[in-house]
Design a protein around this ligand. Structure first.
Ligand code: FES
Length: 154
């Protein structure tokens, strides 16, 4: 049986990171949409999950994404002061800081989960952010420590 740490270091030649992007409906999702309609290229290995507000993102969503085979997670919401629910993004930022500590504690690289503000007018910024997230996760390698469901199926 392969040691978990050894598997974490394996990077298949054809491997491309898979990213789950939790985007707030009002700003970041609209920014992603703007990138699309402006024909700004961003990597196809991103799965967008639209949420009403970044404050709605439960840390368990992130854990579930990593367990389900995602290699990284992006959480994005409105800039401070722009949240349509007043302070949801500020709660999200606090939860995110705690989540990073928890991930580190359980041995998951905290860089796999990233947080950023993106407004509806920042299509270019959204595309650049995705490239940055993918490059960071590519450096770290595949996430295999939390994949339980996939192992159970194989
Ligand atoms: Fe966008 Fe709250 S509505 S972060």
């Amino acid at each position: 049986m392969t040691d978990r740490t050894e598997r974490q270091d394996e990077k298949p030649a054809e491997w491309e990171p898979r990213i789950a992007a939790f985007l707030c409906n009002w700003c970041s999702y609209a920014g992603a949409d703007l990138a699309g309609v402006s024909r700004i290229q961003y990597p196809p290995n991103v799965r967008v999950i639209r949420v009403p507000c970044s404050g709605r993102i439960n840390p368990l969503f992130v854990v579930k994404a990593l367990q389900s085979g995602m290699d990284g997670v992006l959480i994005s919401g409105c800039h401070p002061g722009d949240c349509h629910y007043i302070s949801g993004n500020l709660y999200a930022r606090r939860k995110f800081a705690l989540m990073k500590n928890l991930l580190e504690y359980v041995g998951i690289e905290p860089e796999r989960v990233q947080f950023s503000w993106v407004s509806a007018a920042e299509g270019i910024r959204f595309a650049e952010l995705l490239h940055k997230v993918i490059d960071t996760v590519r450096e770290i390698g595949p996430a295999t420590r939390m994949i339980k469901e996939v192992e159970a199926v194989q």
